[in-house]
Write a protein that binds this ligand. Sequence first.
Ligand code: IMP
Ligand code: MG
Length: 189
Amino acid sequence: MLKNDASFINDCKEILISAEEIDAMTTRLAREIEDTYAGSPHPLVMVVILKGSMPFAADLMAKIKLPLRLEFMKVSSYGASTKSLGEIRIHLDLPQGDLSDTDLLVVEDIIDSGRTLSRLTQNLLNRNAHSVRTCTLLDKPSRREVDFVPDFCGTQIPDEFVVGYGLDYAEDYRNLPYIGVLKEEVYPK
Ligand code: IMP
Ligand code: MG
């Protein structure tokens, strides 16, 4: 457990993306999302993947000038050893009901191997959503194990473990207002 004082703020060796840069990213992504969905006859439903996407989704939704509904999911993908590519563990699901009239926009904090979002997207398409698109704040393309390209992406980053703005290490650091790279001595590799 971290010491319960402000010293955790010094656990990053580098600020990779500042709060100002995040703000500019969410503004740009909101415009891209508006351009994609404006005029669609289907309700736009933002599906926030808990917990890491919460700050990103909150800032993003407030900048999207279109009618928008909000739902939450909590998911994890099975380990790399799992044979079936379609398997995903759903801890919190969308409300029961017909998805065939909805445009789903899945909002994720970061794409790493690509397993979580590729499986989740397939799962939602199998449930007949009218459309499923994905928006991620961060993407680490060098870590990909399955083919997956998000529809909207804040920025690509190198293969480094990052925390802040929703992203955690062992549930800590989510409340940092920027994306930082943890000092190596903070976590055992
Ligand atoms: P994927 O299925 O490998 O793409 O997993 C993506 C998930 O891994 C994210 O939702 C995060 O929970 C976690 N993750 C991957 N890279 C990082 C990181 O650098 N910091 C914090 N969490 C990460
Ligand atoms: Mg996550």
